[in-house]
Structure formats: structure tokens, C-alpha cells
Design a protein around this ligand. Sequence first.
Ligand code: AMP
Length: 299
Amino acid sequence: MPVLPTVETIRTIAWMKEHTRQARAESRIVGLVPTMGALHAGHLSLVERARRDCSPVIASIFVNPKQFGPNEDFAKYPRRFVSDSENLQRAGVDSLFAPEPADIYPHGFSTYVNVDGLSDRLEGRSRPGHFRGVTTVVMKLLQIVQPNYAYFGRKDAQQSRLITQMTRDLNVDTEIVVCPPVREPDGLALSSRNIYLNADERKAATVLYGALQAAKSELAAGVRDALQLQAVLHGALGAERQARVDYAEIVDAESFEPVIRVSQPCYVLLAVFIGKTRLIDNLFVEPKSSNSEELVFHF
Ligand code: AMP
């Protein structure tokens, strides 16, 4: 195989700022794709989307210590810098921002960004402090790169909703673009954490997509009652003995509060442990048009 030149890697905040300052001075449209590395086709779909709108496209890799709880997988989170950098090069990224934790969080760092309310529910309840870590690091990345557009995955629906809210609340001049999840052929949403699954667990993990499909069938048949839909989700997930449900909820797509009936844009949200690996997935549902009983489904 031909040896590819590696993508230009920017290691310091000062260098990154200078880099995009130049791009903006030339009136170029700067796009940012923030990641924690261990890249898969989901991440690369964000790059591809960014390349449609922006030049330069900058990807960042930063495994953010502040978004991991004390009993979470920060130390063993997959780190694959060389292959990530090759994949980004192949995907057409212009530069890679890969700062050191000590540069992002120097001694004495003490300012955090928190989106009240929205950060406390669902993922926030199960992973206290997680979203405060996410919004803080994303705010810092947006400050450093000052992109025109930043790209996030709807696979992390609550996260992308929070980031959109944060940029609105803090008048950040970056448009947040939320992109659809990329899935394996059997429906499992791609995730850097899928590599933790052994062969048996990998098979069992398809139960998340199966449960979302079951909810979709009920909705398509006219069921709108959230409790009834939740029972369907629990029924489907309960049939897989390796699955332990953290939450299975139907929530309003703006507030992430539980709904009683599906009559507005909603998410069907799942967080499920398969063995020790916690996976999340969702189905976005919206009425076809205002006052329409017919729904459109987005996996
Ligand atoms: P992560 O590296 O897990 O922090 O993810 C970086 C970005 O990639 C986030 O905006 C995620 O929502 C997005 N992402 C993760 N998995 C997928 C996927 N399967 N499809 C599309 N985007 C994804």
C-alpha cells in the first residue's frame, strides 16, 4: 500500500489559534470536527459532511479527562493516534488538533460551562459531571479554533442538544451541525466503545437497534402512549439476557423531559449495559407536518 503523508498535526493552542486566524483572514470557512479519537466511519461521516461546507476542515482528538467519572474508562479508553491520523488524512482533513491535557487544563484551571437542567437528566443522571466536562471542553475548542461550523453526531442526541443550547446561550459565532448516526449493517450504532464487546456481547448488542425498531413499529401502527412504548422497549431489551437497561425513555426533543404522548418531535432514548459496556442509541421521531398524525422516523 502506498505510504500516505500524515495529516498536519497541531499540538499547541497558540499554534492552532494562529492557524485559524490566518484562514479567517483569507475569508475561508473553517469547520471543526471534535472527537476523542479511536475513529470509525461515524466520525469520518462528520468529516465528509464538514468538507461539503468548509475549507479548511480541522479535526480534533482529545480524550477529555473531565468528562469521565472516577469509575469510568478514561485510562483504558482506546488511543490509536497513528491509524486515526492516517484515516483523517485519507478523509481529507486539512489539519489535526491534538493538544496535551496540561495545555487544555493548566495548573489552576477553574472555570466550567454547565447547561442547567438539560445536563442533569438521563445521561447526566447516570454519569454525574459528564456533561459539564463535555460542554467545558467543547466551549474551549470553539474558543481556540473559532470555527464557522462545528459537527456533532446525533448518536449522542443529548450531547448535541446541549452543545446547541450552549452556543445559543453564550452567543458563540459557530453554527452547530448535527449529523445522523452511522450504523453497522445489523443496525448497531458505531461507537469507539464497541471494541470492548466480546463476540457474544457484540451479537447481544443488536438488541438496542431491535428495541428501537419495535418502538417504531408500534408508533407506525398508531401507538402514541409513552408508557405503552416504554413497555415495548423493556420487553424487547428484556429478551436479551446480557442486556441491563439503564434507561429507556421517550422524551421531548427540545427539553429532554419525558412525554406522555408522542405528538411533537421526540427521541426514543436507550442506555443499556451489555456486559460491562454501556451503549447508547436513539430514534428521532417527528410528525410529517404540523397537525399530521403521520410520523417520520430517523434512525
Ligand atoms: P467521540 O469521539 O465518541 O467523542 O465522538 C465524536 C463525535 O462523533 C461526536 O459528535 C459523536 O456524536 C460522533 N459520533 C460518534 N459515533 C457516531 C456514529 N455512529 N455516527 C455518527 N457520528 C458519531
